[in-house]
Design a protein around this ligand. Structure first.
Ligand SMILES: Cc1cc2nc3c(=O)[nH]c(=O)nc-3n(C[C@H](O)[C@H](O)[C@H](O)COP(=O)(O)OP(=O)(O)OC[C@H]3O[C@@H](n4cnc5c(N)ncnc54)[C@H](O)[C@@H]3O)c2cc1C
Length: 557
């Protein structure tokens, strides 16, 4: 008798569920079975912080697809509360423990997909297992946190990454006083510090108490709550603690099965999501992926890559099993690598990034240049414009885009998304300069922030707009000329700067020493650019401080 090809999938959320659904779309005849140790599959873990904050009131809304839907619509069998405890590669079988009955059984596979995700880091600190300390990974986690909110008034969030920030906001939304503790001297460590400063200011404005550069040393039970001991300053008392200090790939099964792991601790896969065993595929938070900018290989816990990898694994499996008709277009399906495109809401701000940060480029030994700009999300004459603070990193020799970080109230994700696509396609700042984007007054500007970022960087590379390095400002033997109006200069200026408003510059050139370098600054860079053109053409050695005083304030703190 001809047995059907059996595809078994461990983990039924982002990577696993998308793999299962795609595998069915590609092949009607195979058997697809998905196992999850939790009570739910295909739930929106990205929505969990907002369920805690009651933005998503109804827990049901987090269930994107239930087992019945998988069965009825896709003919996919789903076993929840079923933990896969071992892989027997020789027999091509897995061992599954039904967590309700405690019984264990074996299941045969022709192809096995591992999408078990990652587990929250819980450092072995004194008191770490005390009641009241929560992680946010699953729906049962949010149930526990929501229950703990009754009667609670103070929370400590440990970890200033995107989950920590989302939890801080949502706990405030529920009326709690929140202290955020972060080991690094900044929030959102994937950003460069001067960009993260916008978020820190905003968090403080919103009432979050920040303890940056502060390590947690332990927990004690105190007056029905918890006392959190930190390396800097007074201990913090709280009714509940959220632990959001990162995740590690869930590799126990892979290790038991002897699959190859990478140096960063995730499962090693090729660009078709094959592990070191050609019958076993792995996707999502559990694997290591190559960063297309730095070449570094590491796990990356983001939903988009997990979903795309699930689709790719499905195509690879059918290719391997010969269970779908040959298709030239599918032959070319390969995972392209990651670039870390991410977005996060922090109260009224949005922060988004793609590609490498300066820190990542330095670690990888990649040369770069940077520009700062602060354009409006749309034209100023249309009501409601607000600035987007942007930093673009690019290669000095050819202008290839290396990364962007942006923070603002509106229009942030759209700009970063455009640049993300350009980066993936190997685009340059010259491409950004020329890209044709949507424009009407309420949405953007005829020169969109993306164009402006490209223009500034391209002008710099062409020598039309030489940039000075903010890091070189302290102690630089240069004349700093501030071309803003006197009242702006009086409010705040760089120590040692002289004030020559742009409007008076041409008549007061004798006040600038032509034999010394001139560094120009204004509010955000535009007037300094005009002044720079006027001075360059008169033979001055001139540069501008990119992003102007707006950027200075983030460096000066
Ligand atoms: C609170 C939160 C917010 C997030 N927000 C965002 C966001 O806004 N944007 C974004 O891009 N990403 C976000 N992420 C990350 C994103 O959700 C993950 O990158 C993505 O879900 C990874 O998919 P995965 O399939 O690898 O793992 P998961 O989606 O975590 O699924 C793994 C599943 O495998 C099950 N499992 C593990 N081991 C076994 C076993 N041995 N047997 C059976 N089942 C097992 C687990 O129970 C789990 O259900 C967020 C994550 C969290 C926790």
């Amino acid at each position: 008798m001809n047995q059907k090809n059996r595809i078994l999938i461990v983990g039924g959320v982002a990577g696993g569920a998308s793999c299962a659904a795609r595998a069915r779309r590609l092949c009607e005849s195979c058997e697809i079975v998905m196992f999850d140790r939790g009570p739910f599959v295909s739930f929106a873990n990205c929505g969990l912080p907002y369920h805690v904050g009651d933005v998503i009131e109804d827990e049901e809304k987090l269930l994107v697809a239930k087992p019945d839907l998988f069965r009825e619509r896709f003919n996919i069998e789903v076993h929840t509360e079923s933990e896969v405890t071992a892989i027997h590669r020789d027999a091509r079988e897995i061992e599954v423990c039904d967590l309700r009955s405690g019984r264990t059984r074996r299941e045969r596979y022709d192809a096995l997909v591992l999408s078990p995700g990652a587990r929250a880091v819980r450092p072995p600190l004194p008191g770490i297992d005390l009641p009241g300390i929560y992680v946010v990974r699953t729906i049962p986690d949010t149930r526990r946190i929501r229950e703990a909110l009754a009667g609670a008034s103070r929370a400590v969030v440990i970890g200033g990454g995107f989950i920590g920030l989302e939890m801080a906001e949502n706990l405030m939304r529920r009326g709690l006083g929140v202290t955020l503790v972060e080991l690094e001297p900044q929030v959102m460590p994937t950003l460069d510090p001067e960009m993260a400063a916008y978020l820190a200011d905003h968090l403080v404005d919103k009432g979050v108490a920040l303890r940056l550069g502060s390590g947690v040393e332990g927990f004690e039970a105190r007056d029905g709550g918890l006392r959190v001991r930190v390396s800097s300053g007074e201990p913090i008392d709280a009714d509940l603690v959220i632990l959001a200090i990162g995740v590690r790939p869930e590799v126990a099964l892979a290790e038991q099965a002897g699959l190859e792991l990478g140096e960063a601790g995730g499962i090693r896969v090729d660009d078709q999501m094959r592990t070191s065993d050609p019958r076993i595929f792995a996707v999502g938070d559990v694997i290591e992926v190559r960063d297309i900018v730095t070449g570094a290989v590491r796990p990356l816990a983001l939903a988009g890559p997990a979903n795309r990898q699930g689709r790719i694994a499905a195509a690879s499996i059918h290719r391997a099993l010969g269970s779908e008709p040959a298709c030239a277009q599918r032959e070319g399906i390969r995972f392209r690598g990651v670039q870390g495109t991410a977005v996060c809401g922090v109260f009224d701000l949005t922060v988004a990034t793609t590609g490498a940060s300066e820190r990542a480029l330095q670690r990888a030994g990649i040369a770069y240049e940077r520009v700062y700009l602060h354009p409006g999300n749309h034209v100023g004459y249309y009501p409601g414009a607000s600035p987007i603070h942007m930093k673009l990193l690019f290669a000095p020799h050819d202008g290839r885009i290396l990364g962007v970080q942006a923070v603002g109230e509106a229009g942030v994700a759209r700009r970063v998304d455009v640049i993300a696509m350009a980066l993936q396609m190997g685009g340059t700042v010259f491409d950004l300069e020329e890209c044709e984007l949507c424009y009407a007054p309420q949405y953007g500007a005829a020169k969109d922030p993306v164009n402006l970022a490209g223009m500034i960087a391209a002008n710099h590379l062409r020598g039309d707009l030489p940039l000075a390095d903010w890091n070189a400002l302290a102690g630089a033997d240069v004349q700093i000329v501030d071309v803003r109006m006197p009242e702006d200069f009086e409010r705040e200026h760089i120590p040692g700067a002289c004030n020559l408003p742009l409007e008076e510059l041409r008549g007061r050139l004798d006040e600038i020493d032509k034999d010394r370098p001139v560094w120009l600054v204004c509010a955000v860079g535009q007037r300094a650019y005009y002044a720079n053109r006027a001075l360059l053409q008169r033979g001055y050695d001139v540069r501008i401080l990119s992003g102007g005083m707006q950027t200075y304030t983030t460096f000066a703190r």
